[in-house]
Design a protein around this ligand. Sequence first.
Ligand SMILES: [Zn+2]
Length: 149
Amino acid sequence: MIASQPKVTKLLVNSIQRHRVAHAYLFEGGNGVGKREVSIRFAKSLLCEATTEPCGECHHCKRIDSRNHPSLYRIRPDGQSIKVDQIRELQKHIQVKSMEGSKRIYIIEHADKMNVQAANSLLKFLEEPKGEVVALLLTERPNKILPTI
Ligand SMILES: [Zn+2]
């Protein structure tokens, strides 16, 4: 992990502490700089029972570690691209769950690999936030993402 990543984490944590969590975040950087780790850590800090740094001990942290937290939905390319069906699945998941009123987070890895349909679908979804939903988009090539995000 390169030196700038802890800074990013700090920035994110700060924004939570100030109750300024934006609706969507972009994590950029080359392969191997720890984007995924930082995004998961961010998801933890949003869901963890501890108020500042994620504790790593509570059931939220543990379920995130074992990849079965119901409030965290992760997608990555299915083959060469992220397809519109994957975005629809994501929307379904987020909408159903957010009716319960709790926080929802989704992580999209290689967000630049969304095909046009998928990107448009996500864009619409981002424009109409439902409850407390936070989007984390990971990319190695931020210039390839739709400029409106
Ligand atoms: Zn925790």
